[in-house]
Design a protein around this ligand. Sequence first.
Ligand code: HSE
Length: 428
Amino acid sequence: MSRTWRLGVAGLGTVGTGLLTFLAEHPRFAPAGGQAVVTGVSARSRTRPRAFDISALPWFDDPVALAQSDEIDVFVELIGGSDGPAKAAVEAALNAGKPVITANKALIAEHGRELAELAESKGAPLLFEAAVMGGVPAVKMVREAFVGDDITSISGILNGTCNYILTEMESGGRAFAEVLAEAQRLGYAEADPTMDVGGFDAAHKITILAALAFGCAPNYAAAEIEGIEQVELIDIQMARDLGYRIKLVASAEQAAEGVLVRVHPTLAPLSHPLAQAGGALNALFIEGPRVGRIFVQGPGAGAGPTAAAVAADIADVMTAAVRPVFQAPAGSLKPFDPINPSKMMGRAYLRFLVKDEPGVIAAVSETLAEAGVSIESFLQKPVENAGGVPIVLTTHATAESVLAAAVERIAGLPAVLDKPRLLRIARI
Ligand code: HSE
């Protein structure tokens, strides 16, 4: 089939200009024997300096007008944001029956089901490979390659900015705020880093993967989210002394009662593949009863990797690959029943700042023992600090509600000087 696919590209930041560069450098990019040409572009500013010269491309001030234009066959949305112009333009393109390709994780995580219903009712593909893990084909893998298994859990590092910051904190012995400021100066972190460091970006991505893996509708509102702003250097160093590295881990698990999706700083043993994925790398475990456990890692962001993911979706449109938007047609997706995590069993890392006086450690361990929490390892480092001494311990697997209650009681002991710190230890 030799036809020309006319693309409208809205959003010309890193990914948009990366895509235009890719298409210009690969004029024969034609998986189905046809041709992809850009026949319209739109962005907030036409004139801002870009890595790709757009002056020869037809310009649209309004992305919705581009999405509906008769001059395009496929709409590529790289604007970002869960609502606003991105959502309006995607809806307009789908309503016009045009295939949509997007890198917008917030849009899919927060409005995935309604958009899937619209796309499927119009017979238009809605593809979002670039929304999760950039150049790593996580969406295709989970949606398509694992269709012969029943995935039970997915977990990994889905935000490169957080991974970079945690890696730099450990290697340079520097505090979160200092590393973040440097990352912003170097352009690795956004001027407003909240979506990344607050864990929200990773939560959008794991919400999408959970929906694809478990055949349920995406439910971002049910995700439990904790970012890395509160990770202190002392925790990175104490964890390391105990044989662990702190990573921001996003996980989704399926149990009989429902689904649990969460993002939080997690201790991974130093030899664990997640602990080994340093810098801005992304990494993912997928587990199912038949395939067992799969591990992939790679670049989760950047012009080249993300544009390659968009190009893979363009190829799917050109080859007329037909799939439901999620694991099953939107109308038959299962409801997403969130699990109450209080009964979840897991190991934990606890840090307390205590007075350096007799009987304090006994009081802490007695409180844990009374609650039924078993200590696995213990670390106290001598510090010349009149303000107290940090003690750190790890526990054996304990129900989260039991652990939380024990920690609250320890926080009330007279010798405990500050709010205790609790971090979970990776379960895989
Ligand atoms: N900001 C994301 C990250 C990349 O740091 O991983 C785009 O999702």
